[in-house]
Design a protein around this ligand. Structure first.
Ligand code: XUL
Ligand code: CO
Length: 439
């Protein structure tokens, strides 16, 4: 059966500028516009997530899916998976995104055993490859789904059942091969069930050791395969488990250091995961960047009144401005990108809503990028921060930073001086208003 053409009536989404009233046009995302010497397209490196956009039927804990997806035949067959892949590329082509991301089990159905699952995956990968070549759309990253199937109820690499560890290893091996074959830019590990629900039945130390072993096996196999892209760990504190080991950027960095894996991993930071961890997105980005480990982002946002991972499309200009300030400060993405790990609301059930949602996310990030670049060009924010730390650029501050002073020298310095130089104001409200000038 040929691929259906469900988006035939939707035009290719074009940049029409801020004055346009066309809902199916970009008002701010102009892929060719140059900012700080690089095109918007290359700065933002947008990616569509296969799982939310092509698999999620908008079910929630209280009700079944509401999505109308005319191309779905209701089956989970390989033929359906192949047709869906063609539809996905039609969508991404019309939207004009350069990348996509998937879990192995999003693109192809799980079979009755590992061999059959691998065969199913190969049949769909053939189509993905053809469509990548036809459109020029590339794979930002792939990952293995180690959390849906009941075998992973106690975890994957951290399961109490050694066979489950072995199955997960085999599944990641295959996912890595597929990522490599499709020319993926990177590979993600999100430990959806790598954690616990109660410590009463959990040997935490043994589970963490197993996770470290698993990651070393993955690094070894990546080298054997010749896959050059980075590995990313995606932190999230809870959901589905009560506590996940990769709970936030700091916990991930500590894990990577403890198990001597820091050279082989970066982080993929997701907004709603940051907020679930009690942090801001910018905090998580700054922590990752400070360790030289900020790789990629999962772009979404939560809802202040709903405490769970609502995965909404990012439409908050303050958020995207803050994100882009940190991304620009670290010199921009290299292999990473802005992956919309976001889903339309259950009430936004029509196919055209998929376009509205992505256009909203892309325009909001484009504005964030422009605002962040303007704030940097203006220079007042950076100057303020530089000035705030100026006592470290001379005298005793410089001696401390250069390792030329210890407790004895500092005591002598203070005994002579008597007390400190007066503090200066932090000017938070002034700075918040300064940012508002650019939003
Ligand atoms: C779950 C989540 C995942 C990862 C990939 O909250 O974010 O979809 O991004 O496994
Ligand atoms: Co994610």
């Amino acid at each position: 059966m040929a691929a259906p053409v469900p988006f035939a009536k939707i035009p290719k989404i074009q940049f029409e500028g801020p004055k346009s009233k066309n809902p199916l046009a970009f008002k701010h995302y102009n892929p060719k516009e140059m900012i700080e010497g690089k095109s918007m397209k290359d700065h933002l490196r947008f990616s569509v997530t296969y799982w939310h956009t092509f698999r999620g039927m908008l079910a929630d804990m209280f009700g079944t899916g509401t999505a109308i997806r005319p191309w779905e035949d209701g089956s989970n067959s390989v033929a359906m998976a192949q047709r869906r892949a063609r539809v996905a590329f039609q969508f991404m082509e019309k939207l004009g995104v350069p990348f996509y991301a998937f879990h192995d089990r999003d693109v192809a159905p799980e079979g009755k055993n590992l061999r059959e699952s691998n065969r199913n995956l190969d049949s769909v990968v053939e189509v993905l490859k053809e469509e990548q070549e036809r459109t020029g759309i590339r794979l930002l990253w792939a990952t293995a789904c180690l959390f849906v199937h009941p075998r992973f109820m106690h975890g994957a690499a951290t399961s109490c059942n050694a066979d489950v560890f072995a199955f997960a290893a085999a599944q990641v091996k295959k996912a890595l091969e597929v990522t490599h074959e499709l020319g993926g830019e990177g590979y993600v590990f999100w430990g959806g069930r790598e954690g616990y629900t109660t410590l009463l039945n959990t040997d935490l130390k043994r589970e963490m050791d197993h996770l470290g072993t698993f990651m070393h096996m993955a690094v070894d196999y990546k080298k054997e395969l010749g896959f050059k892209g980075p590995f990313y760990i995606e932190p999230k504190p809870k959901e589905p488990t009560k506590h996940q080991y990769d709970s936030d950027a700091a916990a991930c960095l500590n894990f990577l250091r403890e198990y001597d894996l820091l050279d082989d991993f970066k982080l993929n930071i997701e907004t709603n995961h940051a907020t679930l961890a009690g942090h801001t997105m910018q905090h998580e980005l700054e922590v990752a960047a400070a360790a030289g480990a900020l790789g990629s982002i999962d772009a979404n946002m939560g809802d202040v009144l709903l405490g769970w991972d609502t995965d909404q499309f990012p439409t908050d200009l303050y958020l995207t401005t803050q994100v882009m300030l940190t991304i620009l400060k670290m010199g921009g993405f290299t292999t990473g990108g802005t992956n919309f790990d976001a889903k339309v609301r259950r009430e936004s059930f029509e196919p055209v809503d998929l376009f509205h949602a992505h256009i909203a996310g892309m325009d909001t990030f484009a504005r964030g990028l422009k605002s962040a670049a303007a704030i940097r060009k203006d220079g007042r924010l950076a100057d303020f921060v530089k000035q705030r730390y100026s006592s470290w650029d001379k005298g005793i501050g410089r001696d401390i930073e250069r390792g030329k002073a210890g407790f004895r020298e500092l005591e002598a310095y203070m005994l002579k001086k008597g007390d400190v130089e007066p503090n200066a104001s932090g000017r938070q409200e002034y700075l918040e208003n300064l940012i508002n000038e650019f939003i």
